[in-house]
Design a protein around this ligand. Structure first.
Ligand SMILES: *Cc1c(COP(=O)(O)O)cnc(C)c1O
Length: 382
């Protein structure tokens, strides 16, 4: 890290702390299914999944088959649910690696059942129900097709779930929509009560925090594991797991009326001290914050980002901050002394959400993992 130009520090103690916060929020009867899609929301699948497992999490969900294969190699004996579509041609892989595949439409389920039959393998599936988001899933009242799933010899139903679309909002109209989704899901379960549909789950992070009274077999936290729930959610003591840092690569005095950066978007009526920072949009620091005077922390002081964010670098105005030299660390997301910049602040300036920003952080950003509790080798943060 002493050499890195742009890096993230991932605090696995905080990840485990967040698991405890989730456990204290949900019913004792409910278990956690950790959603670690998109490389654990940009935090690195390997280290975070092992840390979650160490914290007692044994159920995981991912978006794709590749993510599931990667996770299976790390954790041989956990339940892994694939939330998205997997080609029926992969029936053998699904079966061999004991992955659980979501089935979300009569057409897809039939194709998967036929492929499993041809390969002569059994596949575990979970039924995805559409309760109003209108993305994926069987219509919640499509009882005929839902019952059909149980008739496929090579498919074994392991669970049933739905997804909430506005649970991260406390607006009464949104809360009402969530309540409608909950009642539709329950209606669906009631109609299948004579069928062995297995485990039930509904709540994402927003649903866990804002609708904590609901009781199903599992909850599916994603973004809240990383301490940065998006939207309008109650405070439950989560800690942000990731900090994003870079370095000052050079400092210069820019005379008055000179343009700073691409596109002739920024100049000053007085001369300024401008520092160049070794991170850009190719690293995942969003170009969309250009011109928004995004805060950046240096030695415990707030500087402002100026000009357009470049691919590999960005500029900050340090005119009012003394004692800065090239090589100094800069905090783009995280804390320095008693000051903090949240991922939500930067995501909001970029007109997006923390989920998007976190999983946009690129592999060019070095990753350092910090853990005091772990018996595993993790790279120390120095
Ligand atoms: C991504 C996802 C989650 C996790 O959502 P968060 O808002 O990040 O907690 C849960 N369930 C499904 C189906 C998802 O696609």
């Amino acid at each position: 890290m002493s050499q890195s130009r742009a890096w993230m520090e991932v605090n696995l103690d905080y990840l485990q702390h967040n698991v405890e916060m989730i456990r204290s929020t949900i019913s004792k009867k409910t278990n956690i299914m950790a959603v670690v899609k998109a490389d654990a929301y940009g935090h690195g699948l390997e280290q975070t999944a092992l840390s979650l497992f160490e914290a007692g999490v044994t159920n995981f969900a991912v978006a794709t088959l590749d993510e599931a294969v990667q996770l299976r190699n790390l954790l041989p004996s956990t339940d892994i649910l694939i939330l998205g579509m997997t080609s029926p041609k992969e029936a053998l892989t699904l079966s061999r690696l004991r992955l659980i595949q979501s089935v979300f439409s009569p057409t897809y389920t039939k194709a998967l059942a036929i492929a499993a039959g041809k390969a002569g393998v059994n596949i575990q599936v979970e039924i995805k129900i559409d309760t109003g988001m209108n993305r994926m899933g069987y219509a919640y009242l499509d009882t005929i097709h839902l019952k059909e799933i149980f008739s496929y010899a090579y498919l074994h139903v392991h669970g049933i779930y739905s997804h909430l679309s506005v649970a991260d909002s406390l607006d009464p109209i949104d809360v009402e929509m969530t309540n409608v989704q909950v009642s539709r899901f329950n209606q669906c379960l009631a109609q299948l009560k004579d069928y062995p549909y297995g485990k039930t789950h509904l709540q994402n992070s927003g649903g866990i925090i804002n609708h904590s009274h609901l009781i199903y077999d599992f909850v599916r936290p994603g973004i809240m594991l990383f301490g940065i729930p998006s939207g309008e959610v109650k405070e439950i003591g989560l800690k942000p797991v990731l900090e994003l840092k870079a370095r000052i690569s050079m400092i210069k005095t820019v005379p008055m009326n000179e343009w700073v950066g691409y596109g002739r978007t920024c100049k000053f009526a007085t001369s300024r001290r401008i520092a160049t920072v070794s991170i850009g949009y190719a690293d995942g620091y969003p170009r969309a914050v250009s011109g928004k005077r995004a805060p950046i922390l240096i030695n415990g002081h707030f500087a402002k980002q100026v000009g357009n964010v470049c691919m590999d670098q960005l500029m900050i105005d340090i005119t009012d901050i003394d004692g800065i030299k090239s090589g100094d660390q800069v905090v783009l997301i995280g804390t320095s002394h008693d000051k903090a910049i949240s991922m939500d602040t930067i995501a909001t300036l970029a007109q997006t959400i923390t989920n998007d920003l976190a999983c946009s952080l690129s592999l060019r950003v070095s990753r350092y993992y910090q853990s005091t509790s772990s018996k595993r080798d993790v790279e120390p943060v120095v």
